[in-house]
Ligand binder design. Structure first.
Ligand SMILES: *Cc1c(COP(=O)(O)O)cnc(C)c1O
Length: 385
């Protein structure tokens, strides 16, 4: 036997962790000891919650809970296999039909998460001979999907349509296929992509367009279908991705688009083919969520009233301009963002500091919910002022 080396091959982990600490980038999960909602409990302290993606308050809705429980009773806890082998159930088809109807597309496909939906779809659509044009602030799942695809990736400046146009003009002719990808509501900034301009450029440059509606589904558009509905672009052949885990209060991801696209993805999207089907409970909860969104537009209306109320009372505070329930307060140094977050917590308000490497500059990111009461928002405004 060879002599063991004295160097521990895992030594670098501790060193890297200490570098992360020094930069104030260190993070660890906090245990929330109450159900999700506008008021939560951490370490025995009751806090008004401005950090949730549960925009409509559906994660604790009795109808979603009941649907999940009934699905477990009927179908068991696990799907027990990949959808193409032994994991496909009638409720999966029912959810995909409901999503397609909601999004006004021919078909839809559900994945185990929104992250996996992006990885699987992007890698199936483009490869080595192809080009991806990606907004520089896109979500991690879009960026990593692009990397994994082996296509050539060119980032364009955040929301800069002229920069995108120039880069398409210059580079598009050298490649076989081209895919433009963008968040619809940017997850850490809260601004909306200029969808009609993106569609225009995609059509001019013979390119596919993929939009990630994670933060817009249930929130934007007349029926809550997202940015595509908001701009009336349902007929434009856009590939719409999203998650079941934000406004829909469940877990899972989806792609909605043409029947051809979905048929192709069922045969080529590795993160769908080689993974277990969505659990019966998550599937049934998502179906119930879509029904509630149809039946109760007043939830969306209340959410937007809350957004308007908050914005009216911001005064001189330096918030990023947005048209969504995500509102970000600029803060210079990471240290300052952490201190401010801690101060707010002492005052009974939970809002995390979002730091590099998630975002280029530190900020406090507030997300509003339909279930916030005006008192909650009033208190936040008072403390901030
Ligand atoms: C949250 C999010 C995802 C990931 O969705 P999950 O279902 O949580 O994996 C993807 N894209 C964007 C823009 C997101 O905000």
């Amino acid at each position: 036997m060879m002599k063991k080396s004295k160097i521990d091959p895992y030594d670098w982990i501790e060193k890297t962790l200490s570098t992360i600490h020094q930069a104030n980038w260190y993070r660890s999960p906090k245990s929330i000891t109450s159900p999700p909602g506008p008021v939560i409990e951490i370490d025995g302290q009751s806090l008004i919650n401005f950090a949730s993606n549960d925009y409509l308050g559906l994660a604790t809705d009795p109808r979603l809970k009941q649907a999940a429980i009934a699905a477990v009773q009927e179908w068991g806890t696990g799907s027990t296999g990949s959808r193409l082998l032994s994991g496909h159930r009638p409720i999966h088809q029912a959810l995909e039909n409901a999503i397609a109807e909601f999004k006004q597309t021919e078909a839809a496909l559900v994945f185990s998460s929104g992250y996996l939906a992006n990885l699987g779809t992007i890698t199936a659509l483009v490869g080595q001979r192809d080009l991806i044009l990606s907004d520089q602030y896109n979500h991690s799942s879009l960026k990593n999907g692009a990397k994994l695809s082996s296509a050539v990736i060119i980032e364009y400046e955040h929301q800069n349509i002229w920069d995108l146009a120039e880069k398409l003009q210059k580079n598009r002719p050298q490649y076989r296929r081209c895919l433009i990808v963008s968040d619809s509501i940017f997850s850490m900034d809260g601004d909306a992509c200029p969808l009609p301009d993106l569609i225009n450029l995609a059509q001019t440059h013979d390119s596919m367009l993929l939009i990630d509606e994670a933060h817009a589904t249930g929130v934007m558009g007349k029926t809550g279908a997202g940015i595509v509905e908001h701009f009336g672009c349902q007929r434009e052949g856009i590939i719409q991705i999203g998650t079941l885990s934000k406004a829909l209060g469940s877990l899972g991801g989806y792609v909605a688009g043409s029947a051809k696209l979905i048929d192709y993805l069922r045969n080529r999207a590795a993160t769908w083919i080689y993974t277990t089907g969505l659990s019966p409970a998550d599937t049934a909860a998502a179906i119930a969520a879509i029904q509630v969104i149809h039946q109760e537009p007043q939830r969306r209306q209340k959410l937007w009233e809350n957004v308007a109320f908050f914005k009216q009372h911001l005064g001189q505070l330096d918030f990023f301009p947005t048209d969504s329930p995500i509102l970000c307060l600029k803060s210079g140094k990471t240290e300052d963002a952490l201190k401010l977050s801690e101060k707010l917590r002492q005052a009974g308000i939970f809002v995390p500091a979002i730091r590099p490497p998630t975002v280029p500059s530190s900020r406090l990111r507030f997300s509003l919910m339909a279930t916030h009461e005006l008192d909650h928002i009033q208190k936040l405004v008072t403390v901030l002022q």
